[in-house]
Design a binder for this molecule. Structure first.
Ligand code: KG4
Ligand code: ZN
Length: 336
């Protein structure tokens, strides 16, 4: 079964065709970063307008060599995300479904991120515990089946990627900050600065205290006429975030008694987090599934993969499908 998926929840206009939830036939991503970087973050209206301008080209090139007549269903990210951005993809998908008479499958963006590992590892299957850490989300989920999942913990304030982006901004590195902090940290010494260890209950996270500590440190140093050693600061910050994420994730997996862990979302491409998780899961005899870097950040192949399993579960949307800026990841279906 071939599914064409469309993803426009944030600043990537993406379309992809995936067969049986596992094998990528085409995967097209148009990144809007160049349009947002001068503002230091994603500007929602700019995102919507870029999606409108590019979506037809992106979908057309995802269908190149496949043909719409060979598509069995059309999937689209309908929540969560920037609502004006989501609406572009939802409306385009509805138009395609209407004109071709093909069924429409709505997908939750975070469920899509979880599915990125189904594409990377053909035999990977639930149950497992997954960390989804991106610019908008930081969740730990118990994925009991392809469509039944329970949230075990989440950020109480900033998302992990958002904290990376804000720290990068105060260091004058640019946007998006995660990869830039990651690169800089490779040349730094994490013991060069002492940052607070964030505390939060259960399997929740908190990044805002850590982020504020970095911001204050930079402004105090500057007010004394000093230039902070940014590489050391990047390394110290990254060490705290990676330690918090990996420790909490392993604790959560043990608490529900699963021996497989996966990570996805943009922050899953962080070098130290990947290394730390590889080492710690090996010590604990836990299997670790990390997507390749190309599937960590937003793409439509992961949406098509999750759509296949939602389809098998009977999930369909009518042409009255709407877009939702927030939605509980454990919610079943999109009908209100
Ligand atoms: O999943 P994603 O593409 O979009 C959202 O759904 O948010 O994630 C983007 C986020 C950004 O905040 C970016 O700074 C962060 O992922 N990111 C990283 C790295 N690469 C991307 N954070 C830390 N280290 C990285 N190497
Ligand atoms: Zn995402």
């Amino acid at each position: 079964m071939k599914i064409l998926a469309i993803e426009t929840s944030c600043d990537e206009t993406a379309a992809s065709v995936v067969e049986d939830g596992r094998s990528i036939i085409t995967n097209v991503v148009y990144s809007q970063i160049a349009h947002h970087s001068k503002y230091g973050g994603v500007v929602p209206e700019v995102a919507s307008r870029q999606h409108i301008a590019k979506i037809h080209e992106v979908v057309k090139s995802a269908l190149d060599g496949v043909g719409i007549e060979n598509i069995d269903a059309i999937a689209v990210t309908a929540a969560p995300g920037l609502v004006g951005a989501l609406l572009v993809g939802v409306n385009f998908a509805k138009g395609l479904a209407y004109s071709t008479g093909k069924p429409l499958v709505p997908v939750h963006h975070i469920r899509g991120h979880i599915a990125s590992n189904y594409l990377a590892y053909p035999d990977f299957a639930p149950p497992f515990v997954c960390l989804v850490a991106s610019g908008g989300h930081s969740h730990i989920l118990h994925v009991k089946s392809y469509t039944d999942m329970e949230m075990l913990g989440r950020t109480l304030d900033d998302a992990a990627g958002e904290a990376f982006d804000k720290v990068a901004r105060v260091m004058g590195l640019g946007y998006p900050g995660g990869p830039l902090v990651d690169n800089l940290a490779r040349t730094g010494d994490a013991s060069g600065y002492t940052l607070p260890t964030p505390k939060s209950p259960g399997f929740d996270f908190s990044f805002s205290g850590l982020k504020t500590a970095v911001i204050n440190l930079v402004s105090n140093e500057k007010s004394r006429g000093n230039t902070p050693v940014y590489a050391d600061l990047a390394a110290a910050f990254e060490m705290k975030v990676a330690t918090m994420l990996s420790t909490t994730l392993i604790k959560a997996a043990k608490s529900v008694g699963v021996d497989s862990i996966s990570v996805s979302g943009g922050v899953a491409s962080n070098t130290l987090l990947r290394e730390m998780l590889k080492a710690r899961t090996a010590e604990e005899n836990i299997s670790l599934y990390l997507p390749p870097l190309s599937l960590c950040t937003d793409n439509a192949a992961m949406i098509a993969s999750q759509a296949y399993f939602q389809w098998q579960n009977g999930d369909r949307a009518g042409l009255d499908l709407n877009a939702y800026p927030t939605m509980d990841v454990s919610r079943v279906g999109f009908n209100s």
